[in-house]
Structure formats: C-alpha cells, structure tokens
Ligand binder design. Structure first.
Ligand code: C5P
Length: 232
C-alpha cells in the first residue's frame, strides 16, 4: 500500500532557516517532503538542506532556475551534489535541456514551472500571449517533457488535463491545495487534497494550511488521512 507521506510536501515558507528547522521538528514523522524556496536560499538554505537530508527527509528545491545553459547546468550539478530530490526550472526549452543533461543519471527529479500562478490573462497578453493560460500551460508542459523534464508544476485544476496529455511517468506537482472549508488566501485555483490525488497529482505542496494552523501536526495528519482515503 502506498504511504500518503510520499504525496505531501510542506512548503517551508518561513522567515528563516531556524524557523523552518523548528517547524520540521514539530511535524516530525508526519512530514517527509520539505520545499525550500528562494527566500531561504539567501537565509541559510544550504545548511538547512544538509540538515534535512541528514534527518532522512526529502528536499524539494524550489529555486526556479532560468538562466544561460552553463549557469543552469552548474546550479543543477550543485543541487545534485547536495542530494536534493526534486528541483524546479522554468519551462523554457534550452533551460530544461541544460538541467536534464546536468542531472545525468542521478535520482534528482527536474520539474518545470509552466506559468506562475501570479500571472493573469492581462499579464500574459502584455507578454504577447493571447490564447489564455491553459493553452500556454499545455504547450510549455509538452515542451518541458520533450526536453527531458521528469515532470511539471501546475495548479491541481490543471493536473487532470496534463495527466491526460503527458506520458504516464510524468511527475505532477501541485500547489494551491486547501482542505475542504479551508481559507483560500491568495490561492485562486484551489483543489482539496483528495481531488488533487484523484486528478493524478504525485506531490501536493501545502504551506499555510499547516504552517499557520494552531496545531500544525494535527493539520498535517488530517491532510494525510484525506490523501490516504483518495489513494485507496
Ligand atoms: O498557499 P500555500 O501557503 O499552501 O502555498 C504553498 C506554495 O504554493 C508556495 O510555496 C508557493 O510555491 C505556491 N503558491 C502558488 N500560488 C500562490 C501562492 C503560493 O503557487 N498564489
């Protein structure tokens, strides 16, 4: 039977690495995957990643690399040496190609960010894209997989569409998860843990519903139960 902890990733959107460490300790065995974003990169991220790996945790490095090939390759090689399990790059063909080549045959998965959830239709139009976000997500996801990405990041509401068009082995990562009745906050296209799993998500990224809960461990365990229910 699959372990629901393999499907839940805590977004460590904390002020600094020490706060992130305390949160990870509070959650203990409930949380396996931890997402470290670019804010922590400049506030003790590397040491935090080493500590998480030493504690047997899985690390999702969400630095969203987007640069010239050599720089992307060097960054990915460094992340592989650190032992991160998953990392993000932007879904731009040369970037994904450089990252996939640099990862070689290591176990680190490369996932591509298609369209940032902060971009709305008018932002996309200003960049010369008028066919709407879903079409752009679809086209960038296909490009990323063709260039060797292991998966994509998408809203859970796009997961089903992507699951249908991408190869079955594609690893789909979904933020924007809210337990039923939870506060959406600034997330616009949300799904519950159970529906995200049913739509084919491989990893649910959850931040504030756990980080800001009165009882973070209780909140994480409730999400794990919901995931377990959907997996069965
Ligand atoms: O909303 P929550 O705190 O659960 O956010 C978890 C992760 O979702 C964040 O670390 C960020 O990567 C992503 N996010 C997003 N769109 C937003 C807000 C957060 O994709 N509007």
């Amino acid at each position: 039977m699959s372990d629901p902890r393999d499907y839940l990733c805590l977004a460590l959107d904390t002020e600094d690495a020490d706060q992130a460490r305390r949160m990870s300790e509070t959650l203990g065995e409930s949380i396996l995957w931890h997402k470290v974003g670019s804010a922590l990169a400049v506030q003790g991220g590397e040491a935090l990643i080493r500590d998480l790996k030493a504690a047997g945790k899985k690390v999702f490095l969400d630095y969203k690399f987007h640069d010239i090939d050599q720089t992307v390759a060097n960054a990915v090689s460094g992340a592989v040496r650190l032992g991160v399990d998953l990392l993000t790059v932007h879904a731009v063909a040369p970037v994904v190609r450089a990252a996939s080549t640099a990862k070689g045959n290591s176990d680190t998965k490369i996932v591509a960010v298609t369209v940032l959830t902060s971009m709305d239709e008018s932002d996309l139009k200003a960049e010369g894209w008028s066919d709407g976000a879903p079409a752009l997500v679809r086209s960038r996801a296909q490009t990323a997989i063709n260039e060797g990405a292991d998966g994509v990041v998408a809203s859970a509401q796009e997961a089903k569409m992507l699951r249908d068009i991408l190869p079955p082995s594609t690893f789909i990562v979904t933020p924007g998860i809210r337990p039923a009745g939870g506060d959406a906050q600034d997330q616009k296209r949300i799904s519950t843990p159970a529906s995200a799993i049913r739509d084919g998500s491989n990893l649910l990224v959850v931040g504030r519903p756990i980080l800001q809960a009165n009882d973070p461990k209780g909140a994480a365990n409730a999400i794990l139960e919901e995931i377990a229910g959907a997996l069965n």
